[in-house]
Design a protein around this ligand. Structure first.
Ligand code: ZN
Ligand code: CU
Length: 497
C-alpha cells in the first residue's frame, strides 16, 4: 500500500501494534494520511510531516461503544469527553428502545425516554433530519444510530399499556422503514420498560421484519434479565428467527441474588442458538446497573444509589436507604417522592460479570447515561476498566482479546466497514494507550473521572484527545447503514460474525 516516497501526515513510531483481530501484538510503526491508515509495520523508510516516538506504548483501533444512550449528547455535548477520554471513537445510539428519532411529541416523554431527553422539542420527527443535524454540527466521535421501539410506540399510540393494533403497527413500520432508508442501522427494543412491556412478541416480529431488506439488526434490552431470563432469551431468538434478522442481546446480565451464577446457563443458551442464527451480545464491566429509579421493583438490589432526581436534586449520589430513613418513608414511598429519578442498582454477581466478559462473542458496551447528575461510573470508565482491571490486573483474558471485544468484533457485528482493525486503508480511528497503566478512575462515589493511561485518541485521522486534554476537534461522522457491510441473516448454520 505505502509506496517509497509517500509522505505521511503523521508517523507513530516504535509502538506495540494491537490490530484488533485478537492476534498477538507486534512492535512497529503506524503512518496515516488524511483520514486513513497509510501503512503499518517497519516504516523506517517512510517520512511523516509529524512524527511521534511512542516508546512501546500500544496503538489499537479506536474503541467502538456498541451500547450507548448518547443520542442527544452527541448534539448537546459534541466534544464527547466522557467517551474520547476512554479511547472510544464510535458510539452506537438508540439502545433499549429509546431513540431521539423518529418521534414528534408535545409533552414530556415517559420514562425511560427521559433518560436521553426530557424536552419534547429535543426529539426529531424525521430520522434523516437527526443524522443531518449531526452532519452539520459534528461530534468528536463517529455515531451509528438505531430506532427505538418505545419511541415508535409513543409516536403512534394513544396509550402504551396494550398491544399495538394492526394500523398502529403499519404506522410504526412505515416510520421505521423511512429511518432505515435514511441510514439507521436497526431497531432496538426495551421490552422491560413500561412503554413497551405490553407489546407482545408478535408486534416486535412484525416490525423487525422490515429490517431484512435493509440488512438491519435488532438489539434488545430483554423483557426480563432476572428470574425469567431464559424465557426472554427464547423470545429474543424467536424474534430473530421469525423476522430473519441478526439479534444483539444488550448489557447481558443475570440480575438479582436468586439468579447469581445463571450466566453459565444463559451463555449456554446463547452458544446453542448461535448454531442456528446470528446472535451477538454486549456487556459492561460492573456489578451494578443503572436506569430509572422506579425500576427498583423486582431488581433485588443489595444497594441502591440515586443518580438524579427532579424534585430532589440534592439526593443525587446518595444511598436510597439513607434518604428514605431521613424522609421517614418506606423505600417505595421514598422512590415515589423522588420520581422522576434515576438509580444505580447493585444487583449482579462478580462471577457472572467475569464469565460474560470472558465469553468469546461478548462485545463491550458502556450503557453510560450521559445526562445523569451522578452517573454510573461506566459512562467514563468502561473501556479502560476492561483493559486495565479485567485484562491486566485480573488476567481474565489477554490485552489483545480485550481490544478485539471493543473493536473488530463490534465492527463486524454492526457492519462497520474499514473500522475496528489496524490495516492499511482503514480509517485512522486510533486509541494510543499505556498497557502498564491504563485504568478506569471513575468510581461510584466519584464517577466523572477521565481514565488514566489513554495517551492519544484520533478519529478519522484527527487528534481528539492528547496529554489528558481534549483537542477541541470534532471530526466524527454520522455513519449510514448504506455505507456499511451490515451482516445478514442467512438461515441455518449462518451464525454470522
Ligand atoms: Zn437497557
Ligand atoms: Cu441501555
Amino acid at each position: 500500500m505505502a509506496r517509497a516516497g509517500d509522505t505521511a501526515d503523521l508517523v507513530l513510531r516504535d509502538a506495540r501494534l494491537i490490530d484488533g483481530t485478537g492476534g498477538p501484538s507486534r512492535r512497529g510503526d503506524l503512518a496515516l494520511k488524511d483520514d486513513r491508515i497509510l501503512a503499518l509495520g517497519d516504516l523506517s523508510g517512510m517520512r511523516g510531516a509529524r512524527e511521534i516516538d511512542l516508546a512501546g506504548k500500544a496503538i489499537a483501533p479506536g474503541f467502538i461503544d456498541v451500547h450507548t444512550h448518547d443520542d442527544r449528547a452527541l448534539l448537546a455535548d459534541p466534544l464527547m469527553t466522557c467517551k474520547v477520554s476512554q479511547g472510544v471513537t464510535t458510539v452506537v445510539t438508540g439502545n433499549c428502545g429509546v431513540s431521539l428519532a423518529p418521534l414528534q411529541i408535545s409533552t414530556r416523554p415517559p420514562a425511560p425516554m427521559d433518560l436521553i431527553c426530557e424536552d419534547p422539542d429535543g426529539f426529531f420527527a424525521d430520522f434523516g433530519n437527526y443524522l443531518g443535524a449531526l452532519d452539520r454540527d459534528p461530534p468528536a466521535t463517529n455515531a451509528l444510530a438505531q430506532v427505538g421501539h418505545a419511541s415508535l410506540r409513543v409516536g403512534a399510540m394513544d396509550r402504551l399499556d396494550r398491544a399495538a393494533s394492526g394500523t398502529e403497527i403499519k404506522t410504526m413500520r412505515g416510520r421505521l422503514e423511512a429511518a432505515l432508508e435514511a441510514g439507521a442501522i436497526g431497531l432496538s427494543t426495551g421490552l422491560f420498560y413500561p412503554p413497551a412491556s405490553a407489546a407482545p412478541t408478535e408486534e416486535v416480529i412484525e416490525l423487525a421484519k422490515a429490517l431484512d431488506a435493509y440488512h438491519g439488526l435488532h438489539s434488545t434490552h430483554m423483557r426480563d434479565e432476572s428470574d425469567h431470563i431464559a424465557d426472554s432469551l427464547e423470545e429474543t431468538f424467536r424474534i430473530g428467527r421469525e423476522a430473519r434478522v441478526p439479534v444483539v442481546i444488550s448489557h447481558h446480565k443475570c440480575a438479582g441474588v436468586s439468579n447469581y451464577g445463571r450466566s453459565e446457563e444463559t451463555l449456554g443458551m446463547i452458544e446453542a442458538a448461535r448454531g442456528r442464527q446470528p446472535v451477538g451480545l454486549d456487556v459492561y464491566p460492573y456489578v451494578a446497573s443503572s436506569t430509572t429509579l422506579d425500576s427498583v421493583r423486582g431488581m433485588q438490589a443489595a444497594r441502591v444509589l440515586v443518580a438524579w432526581s427532579k424534585p430532589h436534586p440534592e439526593a443525587a449520589g446518595r444511598d436510597l436507604k439513607d434518604i428514605a430513613a431521613e424522609m421517614g418513608l418506606s423505600i417505595e414511598a421514598a422512590v415515589a417522592a423522588l420520581l422522576p429519578a434515576g438509580g444505580i442498582f447493585f444487583s449482579m454477581d462478580e462471577a457472572d460479570v467475569r464469565r460474560i466478559l470472558s465469553y468469546r462473542h461478548s462485545m463491550i458496551g458502556s450503557d453510560g447515561l450521559p445526562h445523569d447528575v451522578h452517573p454510573h461510573p461506566r459512562l467514563w470508565g468502561t473501556f479502560p476498566r476492561v483493559l486495565g482491571h479485567y485484562a491486566r490486573e485480573a488476567g481474565l483474558f489477554s490485552l489483545e482479546e480485550a481490544v478485539r471485544k471493543m473493536t473488530s468484533l463490534s465492527a463486524q457485528r454492526f457492519g462497520l466497514k474499514d473500522r475496528g482493525t489496524l490495516r492499511a486503508g482503514a480509517y485512522a480511528d486510533l486509541a494510543v494507550f499505556d498497557p502498564d497503566t491504563v485504568l478506569d478512575a471513575a468510581t461510584f462515589d466519584n464517577p466523572k473521572q477521565p481514565a488514566t493511561g489513554i495517551e492519544m485518541v484520533l478519529v478519522n485521522g484527527r487528534v481528539v484527545w492528547q496529554d489528558g486534554q481534549h483537542s477541541g476537534a470534532r471530526p466524527g461522522r454520522a455513519l449510514r447503514r448504506q455505507d456499511l457491510d451490515a451482516p445478514r441473516f442467512n438461515g441455518a448454520g449462518g451464525c454470522g460474525p
